[in-house]
Design a protein around this ligand. Sequence first.
Ligand code: URP
Ligand code: ZN
Ligand code: ZN
Length: 476
Amino acid sequence: MRFDTVIRNGTVVTASDTFVSDVGIRDGRIVALAADLTEADEVIDATGLFVLPGGIDSHVHLDQPSGDGIVMADDFDSGTRSAAIGGNSTVLAFCMQEKGQSLREALKIYHAKADGKCHVDVSFHLVITDPTAEVLGQELPALVEDGYTSLKVFMTYEGLRLRDDEILATLDTARRTGALVMVHCENEDAIRYLIGRHEEEGKLAPKYHATTRPVAAEREATHRALSLAEIVDVPIVIVHVSNREAMEEIRRARQRGQKIAGETCPQYLMLTADDLDLEGLDGAKFVCSPPPRDKVSQDACWEGIEQGVFDLFSSDHCPFRFDDPEGKLNEKGKRHFRWIPNGIPGVATRLPILFSEGVMKGRIDINRFVAVTSTNHAKLYGMYPQKGTIAIGSDADIALWDPQERVTLTNEILQHGADYTPYEGQDIQGWPVRLLVRGQTIMERGSVVEAGQGQYQSRKRSNLIADTNSGASVRP
Ligand code: URP
Ligand code: ZN
Ligand code: ZN
């Protein structure tokens, strides 16, 4: 058999297995896993390297409108470039519905933003901010059929949050159509109350972003979201979990028999609220929601990854420039934390951080690394086994990792649009040295070598939906 490309002598890793094998690729797909594959136009020597499924980052914000005068630091060009540098072959970005806008209109805008500009494959989650009868009754069912099979709803942020009755209606549509709903769990009314108290006390510095969004606001909303999902009888994903109490809500819901997926992110392993309390306004660099907590919460999130409470490790890449009037230090943001745009960059650092801190330090094995950074994302968001694994017939989305490569993180190497990384100076062991997307080398040794090759991915329904027995699970 002749191949377009053969990857030779590498150690192939999937979510379940580790084995030495050559990988034969033809027409963008993996067509052979065997020893001594030689007949190829291109032979890549992977001696000493891990051959992993390309990372799938299912929580990425790119080119989203972010409030008056605020501009997100990455569009689909720079954001997917940075994703490739960090070993990702697919990103799932958000398509944000504006109030009063139809979902089709929103999708037209986001496709125009993305088409032809992406360096890795891309797909959209639909953010539902205006769940009218028409959106839920007509548009959404048709869009799910068209391959837009996941949604996000917010319980916080003025202008984005849904009321409980709106969440119930959205969950009900998801149940009927087979869509998977991601929920941002923080109690907006509690946060607004605390912001009011902070204002009365003149507490306006960046560090107060964290004290106005306490664990209790996240835990309560997590519990409520899980309860609403139980009542409707539909699986959901609890995204960006920052602490043990919210995590235990997921564990308990699963024990009650609910189908739930949980996600955590690098910031909840690596940062704390103390990072928001730096000299001057530097703390603004770390403002994101939920906020980073403390060392005990970091340990809890590690436990959740190790024990399988979290299925997903995503970046929640939501980049803003720091020293910029359109970014973190906009005029109002300099004076009051509530105007600092929420979010931090991280699409390039997600995988190296977990590889270095998790695999190299012995907290998780490399199969778990593959599961939480790629395979589970593909399964949960309807792309498996086309993506997320190394198997005959799968897309040849492959990252070659050198476990010996040592890198000190600096902003320059990440090639995103932000003017900082929260992880500046962090020492990393293990780095993605080459990335193939559908068989084509896209990134090699820190440079994108083939630009604009990313394709839009229509998706199937989630395995969490397909696996769900639709018998009633609502308890009296
Ligand atoms: O602070 C964050 N996480 N910004 C991104 C938007 C979101 O809530 O995911
Ligand atoms: Zn969110
Ligand atoms: Zn997010």
